[in-house]
Design a protein around this ligand. Structure first.
Ligand code: IPE
Ligand code: IPE
Ligand code: MG
Length: 246
């Protein structure tokens, strides 16, 4: 079997994706296979974030966006939702210090509205602590939905038109992108989904318009550096044409 370091050594250092986004899926199935509770699966998933963030830093990926809680995940049981909120708060507290040491900035992509006060506070503290860091951005999609984000942008633009500060003919793709949650990260180079599902599940609908997509069969808690490097290798083998021809 190929070793993680061997694969990493073979990667083209000049073709590292700037922005990688991951749909971290499969925590529940992982837990079920181990005879554990779903929340134990989410805990194992949260632990794995550190490993993949490190792999990004080693390779020079500048932005990592992680889908942690979708606007559709409100359909789950109250018990699971509460434990996910609790886990997010704990994660922010435990890891923001470590991320801070390695000069990583944490960003939140999504809505605070609907989240418990305590979770909002914990997120806010993590963002505040790391706000001046410049080595890499880790964006956490929490209470995030791609359609919600687009509707929010449309509303902000409509408000500006109504206020007379923007005219309809000045609404371009660039202007629209300025109204996304994280305007500076409006293009994703590589989208990874774990657990073998071939769907987008309302993730970054605007930003993935020209992303390369890699679906890994591995469940998120087991998704190792090795799997990550393989996804990067896959990405590097693609010819990104953006609609043009050489
Ligand atoms: C992904 O794991 C994490 C969240 C959606 C919060 P799942 O909980 O969706 O795991 P599966 O898909 O049931 O295995
Ligand atoms: C997508 O996974 C959301 C996150 C990873 C946070 P889901 O497990 O919620 O997506 P579906 O239900 O399979 O589409
Ligand atoms: Mg799932």
């Amino acid at each position: 079997m190929e070793k993680a370091q061997d694969i990493a050594a073979l990667l083209d250092k000049d073709k590292i994706p700037r922005h990688v986004a991951i749909i971290m899926d499969g925590n529940g199935r992982w837990a079920e296979r181990q005879g554990k509770s779903r929340i134990e699966g989410h805990e194992a998933g949260a632990r794995n974030v550190k490993e993949i963030t490190e792999a990004c830093q080693e390779l020079g990926v500048k932005v990592l966006t992680l889908y942690a809680f979708s606007t559709e995940n409100w359909r789950r049981s109250k018990q699971e939702i509460d434990s996910l909120f609790h886990l997010m708060g704990r994660y922010m507290k435990q890891y923001s210090g470590q991320l801070h040491k390695t000069n990583v900035r944490l960003l939140h992509m999504g809505e605070n509205q609907g989240l418990p006060e305590k979770t909002i506070e914990d997120i806010q503290k993590g963002l505040e602590l790391t706000k001046d860091n410049q080595n890499m951005d880790v964006c956490v999609g929490f209470n995030y939905g791609g359609r919600r984000e687009i509707v929010r942008a449309a509303r902000q633009i409509a408000d500006a038109v109504q206020a007379g500060t923007l005219s309809p003919e000045d609404i371009t793709e660039e202007v629209f992108a300025q109204h996304l949650y994280l305007p500076e990260h409006s293009e994703v180079d590589l989208l990874i989904r774990t657990s073998g599902e071939f769907r987008i599940s309302n993730f970054m609908l605007w930003q993935i318009s020209y992303s390369e997509i890699v679906v890994s069969p591995t469940l998120w808690p087991d998704f190792s550096k090795d799997d990550f490097y393989k996804a990067i290798r896959d990405y590097q083998s693609r010819l990104r044409r953006f609609g043009g021809r050489p």
